[in-house]
Design a protein around this ligand. Structure first.
Ligand code: PGA
Length: 247
């Protein structure tokens, strides 16, 4: 099944208003490579400024609260993100799973909240190095997929990012064969859970994607895009990755 590639940037806790200038070049590349969906998850403080600056580019958030409103000091809801100009959010990133103790159940509730509000979701999963070395990677990741997707999940609004934790920000990546094998395992789990509806889901790879390795990773079997951290911070590095996803 042909799926459009999605290349999403994750700025994490980086960037200020001056950094929004990088989005000009990224938006220009997105306008050239119309066969690729391009998105950038900026810090929440920059969502409105980014969406105003590059209205054609999909700007998103890096987290969301599962409730629409209420006494949740410091949190942001999906309706708030929409009002700011977001079109999607990342949920379940390993940095949040580890630093904020986020569980699969919470991640699923966050994805559901995004859908309720009409936002797209990128749900992240991935194993630690210890789990990979112990031969547990596929079991851990497919269990995360099962636990982190809400019951009514659909490829219309959800993509899944496989991000081995040991590959994030380290310059290390799995082999192409290991990436393809994991994406096959995730697809098989989705088929178990959702039947034919599984085929529409875009499976992104994330973890040290760079201009040098993007083409090989994006060409791997069942890889439908990339979630890019460090290399998404500048147009100079992110644009070649967008180009690598374009045919
Ligand atoms: P990285 O981050 O590309 O800097 O490794 C990826 C991510 O955490 O989404």
């Amino acid at each position: 099944m042909a799926r459009r590639k999605l290349v999403a940037g994750n700025w994490k806790m980086n960037g200020d208003r001056a950094a929004l200038a990088e989005l000009d070049g990224i938006a220009a590349a997105a306008a050239v490579h119309t066969d690729v969906d391009v998105a950038v998850a900026v810090p929440a403080t920059l969502i409105a400024g980014a969406a105003e600056r590059v209205p054609a580019l999909a700007i998103g958030a890096q987290d969301v609260h599962p409730a629409d409103r209420g006494a949740y000091t410091g949190c942001l809801s999906a309706p708030m993100l929409i009002e700011a100009g977001a079109r999607f959010a990342i949920v379940g990133h390993s940095e949040r799973r580890a630093d904020q103790c986020e569980s699969d159940i919470l991640v699923a509730a966050k994805a559901e909240a995004l859908h309720r509000a009409g936002l797209q979701a990128i749900v992240c999963v991935g194993e630690t190095l210890e789990q990979r070395d112990a031969g547990e990677a596929e079991r851990v990741v497919t269990a995360q997929v099962e636990g982190s997707l809400p019951e009514d999940v659909s490829a219309d609004w959800c993509a899944i990012a496989y991000e081995p934790i040991w590959a994030i920000g380290t310059g290390r990546t799995p082999t192409i064969d290991d990436v393809a094998a994991m994406h096959r395992a995730i697809r098989a789990k989705l088929r178990d859970l959702l039947g034919e509806r599984a085929d529409g889901f875009r499976l992104l790879y994330g973890g040290s994607v760079s201009p040098d390795n993007a083409a090989a990773l994006l060409d791997a079997e069942d890889v439908d895009g990339a979630l890019v951290g460090g290399a998404s911070l500048t147009a100079a590095k992110f644009v070649p990755i967008i180009a690598a996803a374009s045919r």
